[in-house]
Design a protein around this ligand. Sequence first.
Ligand code: NI
Ligand code: MN
Length: 228
Amino acid sequence: MPTIAALGHACFTISGDTHSIIFDPWLSENPEAVATPEDIDVDAILVSHGHSDHLGDAIAIANRLGVPIVAPYELAMYCVRHGCETMPMHIGGANTFSFGHVKLTQATHGSAVITDDLIEYTGPPCGFLVTMDEVTIYYAADTGLFGDMELIGELNDIAVAILPIGDNFTMGPEDALIAAEMLQPGLVIPMHFSAFDVIEQDADEFAAQLDRIGIAAAVLRPGEKVEI
Ligand code: NI
Ligand code: MN
């Protein structure tokens, strides 16, 4: 059974019986990260969008390990330009890789690489449905609440939903609660709520509210993990 480890903010690893992956590896610039990019050893890097707190160290890790970045097409092409092996995909599309099955879901957000003098568009952002060792994990990525989460919940037997609760840039706790009701996962792991002041939230209170509606939650501080 896979183990989900929180490395800080929106960065998680999923480690299964034979393979492992990482989501949105923002580490070297992340004040709460518990790992450095050099610590990471995975079979693939899944990146939801181009914002720096998600693309993070993905390019460096991919190039060091020689493993692919799985991302929406435009973002994947950005990574190709930086020397990476990629598996370009797009929303609604699915594929099976050595580590498991991946389907890209919509996310209502932006996606660009932003530097001092340039905003480089990297296509629409996405979420990920990953099935590894027969366990399906929904990583919503940065997104607002959207009604098709109901459909995602209906069509998939979601063991774990990793949902943003930070508000301001993504869903806040109230909307994430509605998302959880629509998705009906076995477990909710909140993310994107403490790395900077504007997204500060009480994740334990969120977990308590989920508990009241009969949905289990695990609040993982950076460095903590849970076996599914
Ligand atoms: Ni973002
Ligand atoms: Mn973000």
